[in-house]
Design a protein around this ligand. Structure first.
Ligand code: 3PG
Length: 204
């Protein structure tokens, strides 16, 4: 089964351990925390202590953010795009990185540097499944984690696509789910949601 990655933008650390346990109990082994709030690095620090959870840092745009995210325990950096400065820093840090792309030239340029797993972003607006299908013939060595604007109903279709290795989306786990009530509600819903998504992925 390909990884399905909840993307969260957290402005609180309340019940963060409970969230980590909940995700893990539903078989989700990876989470992306965007660097869009002051709490993000602390959240990465805490979540990365969980033995069964891989923590990615999302929205990494600067060399400084790349360093901070790694120091906080992120196992992978995810960026909406890339700049020469960020590219150089990530190479210098020898970091595991998912750079964002939306054009063929960007895909080729990053592949030249050895980044053969890339984030296709914003996936829905930039061409969606037809883009992924079209790029597979000419650039078979690159695979993608599509993200951005993907609806739950389309998740199975994206996961089924062979040059997709994972999918990241914010709709799976709401970023404001950290209260006890909301975590309990999420616990109930998540199992059904995941079951349904996996069924579609395999039935296609
Ligand atoms: C992001 O940039 O927040 C991620 O790519 C997720 O996008 P989404 O909120 O459209 O799922």
């Amino acid at each position: 089964m390909k990884p399905l990655i909840p993307v969260l933008t957290l402005s609180s650390l309340t019940n963060i351990e409970e969230l980590a346990n909940l995700l893990s109990s539903h078989g989700l082994s990876c989470i992306e925390i965007t660097l869009r709030t002051p709490e993000a690095l602390s959240a990465i620090k805490q979540l990365s202590q969980h033995p069964d959870l891989e923590v990615w840092a999302g929205s990494v745009r600067t060399p400084e953010q790349a360093q901070q995210a790694l120091e906080s325990g992120a196992s992978r950096l995810v960026s909406p795009g890339y700049t020469p400065g960020l590219l150089a820093e990530v190479i210098a840090l020898n970091a595991c990185w998912l750079p964002g792309v939306q054009t063929i030239s960007e895909v080729m340029q990053l592949a030249e540097h050895g980044f053969v797993q890339q984030k296709f972003f914003p996936a829905q607006a930039a061409g969606g499944l037809p883009w992924l299908k079209a790029i597979q013939g000419p650039i078979p060595e690159v695979s993608f984690c599509p993200s951005g604007g993907i609806d739950m109903l389309d998740v199975g279709h994206f996961l089924h696509q062979s040059n997709v290795f994972a999918l990241a989306l914010s709709k799976l786990v709401p970023s404001d789910c950290l209260s006890e009530d909301k975590l309990a509600a999420l616990d109930k819903k998540l199992g059904m949601r995941l079951h349904h998504l996996r069924e579609i992925e395999h039935e296609l």
